[in-house]
Design a protein around this ligand. Structure first.
Ligand code: C5P
Length: 221
């Protein structure tokens, strides 16, 4: 029987790489909810939207279409903004620096959550984010809450960025993770928190394969 797997946690814990591997092993669809908030942020940046002006936010939102399309070559869903594949662009530091400001806006969340819930209708979905187990799929059959030591997360993220050609000081990467965690946990709308029935997984000292197999074990129970 197909289920919904919700993976939440702090920034840079390896949620998305883990979720991707879990989805592949189970032949499920992987959906990256953070990519949707990042695409929204890119849209707002492109439009010079003033985040303190509700009218401008409304206007930007009405001209925004965020969707996923399956990429045969990569074997995953990739995020599109108004018909363009923005999978690469949304990982830049410029977007990372703004995304928590955009994702605290109620109207933005409402639009994203609606889409996410539709995508989970047929089960067989692994979705990662901040509020998947608490708000998007409160009835998910399996909820995982990932954590890891901040310094370890920063080193991992810096390496990822470097592999994509972006060289960022470790201190800057760390500050960004810290900033987002603080904003995401502190916001009024759907704050980042562990769902009561989520299983906590600290990945600081876990090998990648171990964290994937722990989740697979839980999924098969
Ligand atoms: O998962 P990722 O780190 O790409 O998410 C980027 C940002 O999007 C988070 O720091 C958070 O502000 C926002 N986000 C959110 N709710 C989600 C997923 C992401 O608010 N479900």
């Amino acid at each position: 029987k197909k289920i919904i797997i919700a993976i939440d946690g702090f920034s840079g814990c390896g949620k998305s790489t883990t979720a991707k591997a879990v989805a592949r092993a189970l032949d499920y669809t992987y959906l990256d909810s953070g990519a949707m908030y990042r695409a929204a942020t890119l849209h707002f940046l492109n439009n010079f939207t003033n985040l303190t002006n509700p009218k401008q936010i409304q206007k930007s939102l009405s001209g925004m279409d965020v969707s996923f399309h399956y990429n045969e070559q990569e074997g995953i869903q990739q995020v599109f903004l108004n018909g363009l594949n923005v999978e690469e662009e949304i990982r830049s530091m410029a977007v990372s620096d703004q995304v928590s400001e955009v994702s605290k806006i109620g109207e933005v969340r409402k639009a994203m959550v609606e889409k996410q819930q539709k995508m989970g209708k047929h089960k067989g979905v692994v979705m990662d984010g901040r509020d998947i187990g608490t708000v998007v799929f409160p009835n998910a059959e399996l909820k995982v809450f990932m954590t890891a030591d901040l310094d370890i997360r920063a080193v991992r993220r810096q390496k990822e960025l470097l592999e994509k050609g972006e060289m960022i000081e470790l201190e800057k990467v760390k500050k960004n993770l810290e900033h987002r965690d603080k904003m995401d946990t502190g916001r009024k709308e759907s704050p980042l928190k562990k769902a009561d029935d989520a299983v906590e997984l600290d990945t600081s000292y876990l090998q990648f394969d171990e964290q994937v197999s722990r989740i697979l074990e839980l999924a098969r129970q």
